[in-house]
Design a protein around this ligand. Structure first.
Ligand SMILES: Nc1ncnc2c1ncn2[C@@H]1O[C@H](COP(=O)(O)OP(=O)(O)OP(=O)(O)O)[C@@H](O)[C@H]1O
Ligand SMILES: [Mg+2]
Length: 283
């Protein structure tokens, strides 16, 4: 297994913020956020690591690895759980999908389609819900921020990330399905908190990010109303700019690049850069 030494910064004892990006519902903008905000933080000279946790491998693709399963040399998160390598050994540099150049300050742990067997794999472990909590100390002190890009469900992968993270970011769209996903997420947090509060686990969402909001009433009043309801329900937890519907996001997906790199001046890139700043990931 290979990894570039530069991908794993030295342990300087810095405070590492671990952000869990999640929602009980799929397609809520988590991977778009992970790639864009991590890239924005790296361009602001921060050291950032994205841990991809989804068998669909979207964030791995956005950060330069089209098919981690296709290259036996590449370590993945599944290999870590499987005991093939340590989490620190699985950190690779993010890279530009077109040029292959590493992106300074930005690292990631790759996903594998094998992650659909995570439940099964963890069944053998004791305290299985703590699987990620037990691994993260290997990376703390090395990065300013670690972003956990969860799959769109509340299974063991996500549960582990909710317990392991320092801050929980509820990603949603101004649509009924994703808004309901946030409510399900809150119930899950409360349930886990009952068991894990002794470890200092928080009992609430820390941030709510709204993505793919409509740009005008003509696109659908119902979406505007749902956005309003989310802002009323979650108040100051909601970061300020809603990321509006922007064709540059799917275009960036097709180009396998973070939207902030693909089109830095696009509305979505500007909004994600502001969101990262509001979350105090950089100035
Ligand atoms: N602001 C936006 N404008 C237009 N399309 C968007 C926007 N944000 C996200 N999308 C699209 O919505 C889809 C889902 O986004 P994304 O993959 O980030 O969500 P996810 O929560 O990671 O999904 P999953 O649960 O499948 O992992 C993608 O096709 C993406 O291109
Ligand atoms: Mg995703």
């Amino acid at each position: 297994m290979t990894n570039a030494p530069l991908a794993l910064p030295e342990d300087t004892g810095r405070k590492t913020r671990v952000l869990t990006l999640t929602n009980g519902s799929a397609g809520s903008g988590k991977s778009t956020f992970a790639a864009a905000v991590a890239h924005a933080a790296a361009t602001h000279k921060k050291k950032v690591c994205v841990i991809g946790m989804d068998r669909q491998r979207d964030v791995s693709r956005l950060l330069g690895y089209d098919d981690p399963d296709g290259d036996e040399e590449l370590p993945t998160l599944f290999d870590v759980v499987d005991g093939v390598c340590s989490l620190a050994e699985a950190v690779v540099p993010a890279r530009h999908s077109r040029t292959g150049e590493p992106i300074a300050g930005l690292s990631l742990v790759l996903e594998s389609s094998k992650l659909d067997r995570l439940d099964f794999k963890l069944a053998e472990q004791t305290a299985r819900e703590l699987w990620l909590f037990k691994l993260l100390p290997e990376l703390r002190g090395r990065f300013d921020a670690i972003l956990l890009d969860c799959p769109g469900d509340l299974k063991i992968g996500t549960v582990g990330a909710i317990i392991a993270g320092d801050e929980i970011v509820g990603c949603t769209k101004s649509q009924e399905k994703e808004a309901r996903g946030l409510t399900e997420l809150e119930s899950k947090i409360a349930e886990l908190h009952a068991d894990y509060q002794f470890m200092g686990m928080r009992n609430a969402l820390d941030w709510v990010v709204i993505g793919e909001g409509v740009t005008s009433d003509s696109q659908g009043k119902v979406y505007r109303d749902i956005e309003k309801q989310i802002r009323e329900a979650y108040g100051t937890l909601v970061v300020d700019p809603t990321v509006r519907n922007d064709v540059k996001v799917p275009e960036a997906y097709s180009a396998s690049l973070p939207v902030t790199l693909y089109s830095p001046k696009s509305d979505a890139a500007v909004a994600y850069t502001r969101i990262g700043r509001q979350m105090k990931l950089y100035r």
